[in-house]
Design a protein around this ligand. Sequence first.
Ligand SMILES: [Zn+2]
Length: 299
Amino acid sequence: MSRVDLRERIRQGLFLLDGAMGTQLIARGAEGGKCNDYLNIESPDIIFGIHQAYLEAGSDAVLTNTFGANKCALKRHGLAEKVEDINKAAARIARKATGDDKYVLGDIGPSGDFLEPLGSLKPEELKDAFAEQASVFSAAGVDGLIIETMTALDEVEIAVEAVKSVCELPVFVSFAFDRAGGDFRTMMGVSVESAVSKAVSLGVDVVGFNCGTATLDEYTELAGKYVSAVKQLGKNVLIFAEPNAGKPELVEDRVVYNVSPEDFAAAAEKIHSAGVNIIGGCCGTSPEYIEAVAKRLRK
Ligand SMILES: [Zn+2]
């Protein structure tokens, strides 16, 4: 059975994304500290195996292994000329895993720098980088794009406009929030209301959150805030949530996540009840977490 259009499918109810890529890479023998995105070319079998594990666990979609595969980020590894090769390879591996039934989302991460005068990026340079990555994904036949882990509104604006200038694929945008006092803010000080209203005004299909340093209870609260913010705008925009496996803790010099798949699934159920139908996981999650969510929510 072949998949229906992604825009239609995400309006039909629960839609599960995948979980973390980075920790799975290390678990499968990839060397830390190298360019993970280059593994699409160097070790495609490792990436394919991770996608396959998530699909078997119950994911409806997988994200390509391209978090740092825009020109600005690849430049830091001396791989600025490899944008097309890396993203094309990543899309091909993901599609090989999903076949015709499941969905591939082309993953677009942050530039890793800031726009002038805070950083060294010029707006045109940033726009070209996102447009280039989106063009490769579009030509490679992905079902949608996910612009993720954003913290600055100016970068989000440029990213969404850039991808929309080269294709008509559905666009997901997520922000990374931390708990700041009684409220949630991105690293750049953006509130939930500003993030949601900016993304909605740019015409994205789905707005969400991922990563961050919140506890599962805080992620549940954050989901509620997203639902209210979207409702307040009166727009028919969907919401997605990709929490971490709870709050990261530093043990010796390693970051660890101490939440079990069952606890994660319980939080996912609350997030789902709050009105969020598109759910996955970020740092610290694995196929076991997605499987626990699938078991709990697909009764
Ligand atoms: Zn994360």
